[in-house]
Design a protein around this ligand. Structure first.
Ligand code: AGP
Length: 607
């Protein structure tokens, strides 16, 4: 959500800003802008719509220092006058996050004669910096004193045409990192924006403020204490964030799943036994007396948590609860210091999940584990234990490879907890590990079903609604399929545990309602078959994903696709793949913006 790029260099930085913004497009945005330190003052260009339009509007611009931004509208509509950067006097600012006390700041600054030209919370920051500079002319000191007055979440970058060559950045709550290059220094919301100029990244902490020039970087805490932050050499390759032969990032990421799973599972190597240490050095000690597991997450990550609940309770015999993070953080709950709190997040910056984790800790629940795809993210840094999924950068807004790698990590968690409690026999342990190791091959085989799934997608892409059914550990997979479909094709989709049909949703079923069913060959298949009969009897057209060895057969109004292998407890990881492909192909038929669906952002860093 919102993206920042800033650059101070020895040569023209306009193309660095534009290319950086393009790499941040996946975060979600509806307008873009940049501000440059030009000879005559600040040159600002803003455009509603895509970065490509900003690029056209900024062609011919040149500068050595500048800041740029993609805006995802929160306060005020997506319109040019609300787009960042916001300018006041000699300064320009870009901002990611939400300033909660902006209304009182706005009243105060209006009383001082400032005229607001946007509805944004950010404009108050711009005027406040300008007002502060009147008493404290040093930009670094002025921004520091403004940050002390801001309530809420922010990452900001500020330039001042009276102080050429300098950029001041600060963060509290929203992500921001520095890139140290040979020809200059840079800042951005994530590393992918800066790989074009450097691999040397410095992750700022909350409460850090930094100054960048083309040749120097200094970081302080808001109280004025100088700090050194380690330089990380990014392992991301530029190719990892390029589309390559694929039409969309979502398609690329679906097809990267065998490799993403293999990388994530590399940690178990060829071993026949699993060690708690894969979750962190303190894991064995911390998990020893865990009596309950509480999973906190949002969206797709919550679906991986819901699937894991079936594994954790069945394999480890430990009770597990999954809560939507945005609900948990505001609910009065009964704390349990012995429970393990697991925060699951692809980005590690999701505001609700981070706040829920902090809330859980504030209640004295300090056994925390992050399952996350971004090692330097806030959720990882604030958790005691960690498991980093190695899915690689996920650019498409619709989460795919992050989900399956989360599932792999959560299955490992179930095994580790089971082993600690003496619930896992060495034979089962070795068998589960073998199944995990075979997963990349099994997923690869499922991906070969794409042509048939594309034909299915064409059949129901003109429908207004769809119903997804699953049972047991495949119910969360049905939920995930429905979320994928609505997210990128805008077809209204709902998911139900199939046994719930008669309790209400069956009323929706008619010839216009495609019903997609996840039907693996498990202990609930016979029950599910009866549920499918109920749908067919009401004229609903069934699209059934079955296993190779199940007895389901196609007939009039019943379409059946068989997955190549029957995968037992790990079957949810295979069964979600066709649902991802189905949504992708339905979206292609509908011509939607697959990687950047309307109204959505990749990383939801505000509440
Ligand atoms: C999934 O396709 C979504 N775009 C969304 O539900 C996402 O999973 C959710 O916002 C949580 O994100 P996180 O995993 O980065 O915390």
């Amino acid at each position: 959500m919102c993206g920042i790029v800033a650059a101070a260099a020895g040569s023209n930085i306009v193309s660095v800003l534009i290319e950086g913004l393009k790499k941040l497009e996946y975060r979600g945005y509806d307008s873009a802008g940049l501000a440059l330190l030009a000879a005559g003052g600040i040159e600002r260009v803003r455009a509603v719509g895509r970065v490509a339009e900003l690029q056209t509007a900024a062609s011919g611009c040149s500068a050595h220092t500048g800041i740029a931004h993609t805006r995802w509208a929160t306060h005020g509509a997506p319109a040019e006058h609300n787009a960042h950067p916001h300018v006041s006097g000699s300064i320009a600012v870009v901002h990611n996050g939400i300033i909660e006390n902006y209304e009182s700041l706005r009243t105060e600054l209006s009383a001082q004669g400032y005229v607001f030209t946007s509805e944004t919370d950010t404009e108050s920051i711009a005027h406040l910096i300008d007002a502060t500079l009147k008493g404290e002319p040093d930009l670094f000191a002025a921004v520091r004193s403004v940050c002390r007055r801001l309530v809420g979440a922010y990452a900001i970058a500020v330039i001042d045409h009276q102080q050429p060559g300098r950029i001041v950045v600060a963060r509290e709550g929203s992500p921001l990192l520095l890139g140290l290059g040979e020809d200059g220094n840079y800042a951005a919301s994530d590393a992918s924006a800066l790989l074009q100029v450097t691999r040397n990244m410095v992750y700022l902490e909350n409460g850090d403020i930094a100054e960048l020039t083309a040749s120097q970087v200094r970081i302080e805490r808001l109280d004025g204490t100088p700090v050194e932050r380690p330089v990380h050499v990014s392992e991301l390759s530029a190719a990892a964030v390029e589309l390559g032969e694929f039409r969309h990032y979502m398609q690329k990421e679906i097809f990267e799943q065998p490799e993403a799973l293999a990388n994530t599972l590399e940690i178990i190597g060829g071993a026949h036994s699993i060690q708690a240490g894969i979750f962190g050095a303190q894991a064995a000690q911390l998990l020893a007396d865990v009596d309950h597991i509480l999973i906190l997450a949002c969206g797709t990550s919550s679906h991986s948590g819901m699937t894991a609940r079936y594994w954790i309770e069945r394999i480890a015999g430990v009770a597990c609860t999954v809560e939507i993070a945005s609900e948990y953080r505001y609910r009065v709950s009964v704390p349990n210091p012995r429970q393990l709190v697991v925060a699951i997040s692809q980005s590690g910056e999701t505001a609700d999940t981070l706040a829920a984790l902090r809330h859980a800790k504030a209640l004295g629940q300090n056994k925390t584990l992050a399952i996350c795809n971004v090692p330097e993210s806030a959720i990882v840094r604030e958790s005691m234990l960690r498991f980093i999924t190695r899915a690689g950068p996920e650019i498409g807004v619709a989460s795919t490879k992050a989900f399956t790698t989360q599932l792999a990590a959560l299955f490992l968690l179930a095994l580790v907890v089971a082993k600690q409690r003496g619930q896992l026999s060495p034979v089962d342990e070795a068998a589960y590990l073998d199944q995990l190791r075979h997963l990349p091959v099994a997923v690869h085989k499922v991906l070969t079903l794409e042509p048939e799934i594309a034909i299915w997608a064409r059949r129901f892409a003109d429908k207004k609604h769809a119903l997804f059914l699953g049972r047991g550990r495949h119910y969360p997979i049905a939920l995930e399929g429905a979320l994928k479909l609505k997210e990128i094709s805008y077809i209204h989709a709902e998911a139900y545990p199939a046994g719930e049909l008669k309790h209400g949703p069956l009323a929706l079923v008619d010839t216009d309602m495609p019903v997609i069913s996840v039907a693996p060959n498990d202990e609930l298949l016979e029950k599910l078959k009866s549920n499918l009969q109920e749908v067919r009897a009401r004229g609903g057209e069934l699209y059934v994903f079955a296993d190779a060895d199940s007895e389901l057969t196609a007939s009039d109004g019943v379409h059946v696709l068989r997955l190549p292998e029957h995968y037992g407890l790990l079957s949810p990881i295979l069964h979600v793949i066709p649902l991802q492909l189905l949504s992708y192909h339905a979206a292609l038929v509908k011509g939607t913006d697959v990687d950047k669906p309307r109204n959505l952002a990749k990383s939801v860093t505000v509440e």
